[in-house]
Design a protein around this ligand. Sequence first.
Ligand code: B1M
Length: 211
Amino acid sequence: MFDLSLLSQAIDEGDREKTLKLTTEALEAGVNPQEIIAQGLQAGMAIVGEKFSSGEYFLPDMLMAARAMKAALEVLKPALEKTGMPTIGRVVIGTVEGDMHDIGKNVVATFLSGNGFEVFDLGLNVPVQRFIQEVKEKKPDILGMSALLTTTMPVMGKVIEALKEAGLRSQVKVIVGGAPVTQEYANYIGADGYAHDGGKAVPVCRELVGK
Ligand code: B1M
C-alpha cells in the first residue's frame, strides 16, 4: 500500500522533485488520483497553511509548496481527464478579484472537465465585470467561483448581484467554493450550489444541470 503521508511531507518541504516522483509512483501503484490529491497533496497544503498561521512558515514556503503541488497536478491531469464522456454542460470558472489562490480552482476545473463538463477557466483575480461578460458571451449552464480568503469571499456575492443587475441571474446556476466558504455562506449570498472539494463539485454541478 502506498503511503500518501510521504506526499504530504514532500509538499510540506516544498520539494518539487520529490513531489513529482512520489505522485508518479502513487499513480503507478494504482492509487486513485482523487485520493492522491485529497490525502496526499491537499493534506500537505493544510500542514503548510497551519505552519504559516503559527508563524513557522513565511510566504516563500507557501510559494514552494504551491509550485510543487501545481507540478504534481499536471502529472495527474491526464488520469483525471480520461473518462471521454460526452459533454453534459458548460461551466465558466474563476477565482474572484483580489485572490491569487488558484490551485483548488484548478483541481475543481480538472475534475469537472474529466466528468463531462466543458470548462472555460478564467484564471485568478477575475474582475466582477469579466464574469458578467463571459456569462453573456459563453452562455454557460454554470458559473463557478472560488475564494480562499475571508476578505475575498464577499466578492462572490457582488458577482451574483451584478448578474441580477445585468438580467442574467435566471440564465445561469452559480456554484461557489474555497476553504473558508460554507454551505451557509453560499445560501447567504444566494448561490445555487456549494461544494467542499473538487470531487463533490461534480455531483453538485450534475444536479444543477439536471443530469
Ligand atoms: Co495563501 N492563504 N495567502 N497563498 N494559502 C491561505 C488561504 C491561508 C488560509 C493560510 C493561513 O494563514 N493558514 C490564509 C488565508 C487566511 C484567511 O483569509 N482567513 C492565506 C493568506 C493569509 C495569504 C496571503 C494574504 C499571505 C500574505 O501575503 N501575507 C496571500 C494573499 C494573496 C492574495 O490572494 N491576494 C497568500 C498567498 C498565497 C500564495 C500565492 C503564496 C499561495 C497560492 C498559490 C496559488 O494558488 N497559485 C498560497 C497558498 C498555497 C496557501 C495555502 C497554504 C494552500 C492553498 C491551496 O492551494 N490548498 C492556504 C492554506 C490552506 O488552504 N490550508 C493559504 C490546496 C487546494 C487543493 O485546496 O484551495 O482549499 P483549496 O481548494 C479545495 C477546496 O477549497 C475546494 O475544492 C478544492 C479542491 O479539493 N474549492 C472549491 C476551491 N475552490 C472551489 C470552487 C468550487 C467548489 C469547490 O466551486 C466553483
